[in-house]
Structures are given as C-alpha cells and as structure tokens.
Design a protein around this ligand. Structure first.
Ligand SMILES: C[S@@+](CC[C@H](N)C(=O)[O-])C[C@H]1O[C@@H](n2cnc3c(N)ncnc32)[C@H](O)[C@@H]1O
Length: 348
C-alpha cells in the first residue's frame, strides 16, 4: 500500500498552513480521498506532487484558474512531462523577468543621469523594446512539428530522400563542428548543444567523456536522444530561451537547427547565446546558409519551384548578416563553405 499523509503532515512538509491546502481543495485544484470512518483527508503521492506544482505556480503569480488547467492537463501525463512543464514555466518566467530587469536598469540610468529628474520619452521606448523582445521570445512556434518527426529522423537523414539533399554531408559536418569545438586553447569543461535532436553530434563529445548538455524545444527529440545515449544530459530549451545562467558554457554547438529562426529571432538568439557563453568561449554552428543575398539568388536560379518553396519555408541565414550582428558584441565570425547550401561558422 502506498504511503498516505494527513493534512497536518502535508502542511508541515511544505511549510504552509492547513487552511491554504483547504483553500486549494475548495477551488478544485486538489481532491484528496477521505477516510470513510472519520472523513479525514488522506493525501497520496499524486496529491503531494500536485500540491508541489500548485505552490510553484502560485509563487510565480499564475492565477488559480490557469493552474487548474495546467494541473488537469498534467493528470493525463507522466511525471517527466509534469516536471518538464514546471521547468518550462519557471524558465519562461526567469527569461521574462531578466528582460524586465534590463529595461529597468536602462530606465534607472536615464533617470539618474537626467538633469531634471523627470521621466523622458526614452522611458516609453525602453519599455516598448523590452515588451517587443519578450513577445518575440514567447511567439516562436515549431511549425515543422519536430515531435512528430523525431522517431523517423535518423532514418530520414541517412536516406536523404529530400529534394535538396541537404543531408548529403551530414556526417562530415557533424565531425567538423566537433573538431572545431574541441580545438580551443583551454579545456572546454561545459558544452551546450542547441537543437540537439536525436543526439548524433552530442554523442561525439560523450565518446570522449566531454561534458555536454543538449537542449531542444521538442520533447520527443529529447526522448529519442536519451534512449540512444543514456549518459547524455538533455533539457527542454530554446535558442531564444536558454535555460542556463550567464557565462556558463565554454562552447556552444548546433547543427541543422539555426535556420528555424527568422532574422529578428536570430538577433535575439545571438544575444542569448552570448549571455550563457564565457568571455573566452566560442560558438560553432553548422547549418543551411548563404554567404549573402547574391549567393542565394545564384543558387535559387538553378532550382525548380518545389525546391525553392522548401528553402523559403525555412530561414537560411546570410553570413554577412550574422557577421554584422556578432561584430556588435565584439565577436569575430569565420566561416567554411561545405556545399552549396551548408556552411560552418565559428564565432570567437
Ligand atoms: C533538423 S533537426 C537537427 C537535429 C540535430 N541537431 C542534428 O544535426 O541531427 C532540428 C532540431 O532543432 C530543434 N529546434 C528547432 N528550432 C529550435 C529552437 N528554436 N530552439 C531549440 N531547438 C530547436 C528541433 O526541435 C530539432 O530537434
């Protein structure tokens, strides 16, 4: 028989009042069973996990109705999904607050430095800028449905039946990204892969016992990666919302993933990658890119309309655009052309 807890015990466990627990019960968030003889509540481990989630969501200000929805959805899920939801909610909140903190810093500087001690129109611009960044971060959507693709992905890239043969140099690109990543003056202790997919690149680091964390926005991709490489540490995360603190990684790598962001999103992703990268760290990205607009035109000229449609469904980077973005943060970009659609960029 599983352990059951009284309301008093549960209240003590979470350091809250028994009234608070009753309140969540009244609101329909919790429904512990009752002892048939004395009507006392009996909390099982599911109830405890539910309460832990409620308290977490409340601590970051999520309204009761919304929590109800989250919790009810969670009922149909396994524990991994349940805690991944919490991971996502917490990280989203950290991201949102970080942007607000940066805006406040700017506003405060403006006020301190203004002679009149009055709020200028700059204030509105700063707030607007912060809101815009948060909107872009929140509105990125996976319109390609990688969850659905996850279990077929490895076979797909091997057969490379796509019109454009974008995976024809897949193995070579992964190997080259790996070699460029480990080619540093100092020993890279922490490596981050963004868009880890089924873990093929990450496994090269694991094979050499190098610490690597793989993040991906697709839970199914993470599940496949973890099944294939049990030693790999995987987490839900996005280019626009990297769930780690500042200056945490020595190297960031990514393959075949960056082209799922448009230019506006790429600019924010660049800031986000540089945030979690150490000062002397580097970024190595293998992806679908063109040198510039002219090269794109030259390549498209030789393709049929279906192939052009496939390219236009995604956002192949222009290297000259990325160069200009990185230079704003004093980072230099070097690139290697692999084939007519693939490049590897290295940013130091
Ligand atoms: C084409 S797969 C490439 C997987 C792997 N990197 C490889 O080279 O085999 C693209 C991967 O990037 C992930 N991805 C796409 N956009 C992302 C984003 N904004 N943040 C995090 N992951 C993303 C997808 O979920 C998917 O797993």
């Amino acid at each position: 028989m599983s352990t059951e807890y009284s309301i008093k015990k549960v209240a003590k466990l979470f350091n809250i009042s028994t009234n608070k627990i009753r309140f969540y019960e009244e609101k329909g968030l919790l429904s512990p069973k009752r002892n048939l003889e004395n009507e006392y509540r009996k909390f099982n481990s599911q109830d405890i996990i539910k309460l832990q989630a409620i308290l977490l969501y409340r601590s970051i200000g999520i309204p009761i109705d919304q929590i109800k929805e989250l919790i009810n959805n969670n009922n149909k899920m396994n524990f991994l999904n349940h805690f991944n939801n919490q991971w996502q909610v917490v990280n989203n909140e950290i991201q949102r607050l970080n942007v607000i903190r940066e805006s406040l810093e700017e506003v405060l500087d403006n006020i301190y430095e203004s002679k009149t001690n009055e709020i200028t129109t700059d204030f509105l611009e700063i707030v607007e800028k912060g809101n815009k960044i948060n909107n872009i971060k929140d509105n990125w959507k996976d319109k390609w449905d990688f969850n659905e693709w996850a279990r077929r992905y490895d076979v797909f890239i091997k057969e490379d039946k796509g019109n454009l043969n974008i995976y024809k140099n897949y193995e070579f690109i992964l190997e080259d990204v790996y070699n460029k990543a480990i080619n540093t003056e100092h020993i890279a202790k922490n490596i981050l892969e963004i868009g880890v997919g089924t873990g093929n690149l990450a496994s090269k680091f694991l094979n050499k016992d190098i610490n690597i964390i793989g993040i991906d926005q697709s839970r199914e991709m993470l599940a496949v990666a973890k099944e294939k490489f049990p030693r790999l540490k995987v987490r839900l995360g996005e280019f626009l919302k990297i769930p780690y603190s500042d200056k945490y990684f020595d190297v960031i790598v990514s393959t075949y993933a960056f082209h799922h962001l448009n230019n506006q999103e790429k600019c924010i992703a660049i800031v986000e990658m540089l945030r979690v990268l150490k000062d002397n760290g580097k970024i190595v990205i293998g992806d679908l890119m063109f040198r510039d607009g002219k090269e794109e035109q030259d390549v498209l000229k030789n393709l049929d309309s279906r192939e052009i449609e496939i390219i236009k469904d995604e956002y192949y980077s222009h290297i000259d655009f990325l160069e200009k973005e990185f230079i704003k943060y004093n980072r230099k970009l070097n690139y290697t052309k692999i084939d007519n659609l693939n490049y590897i960029i290295e940013v130091k």
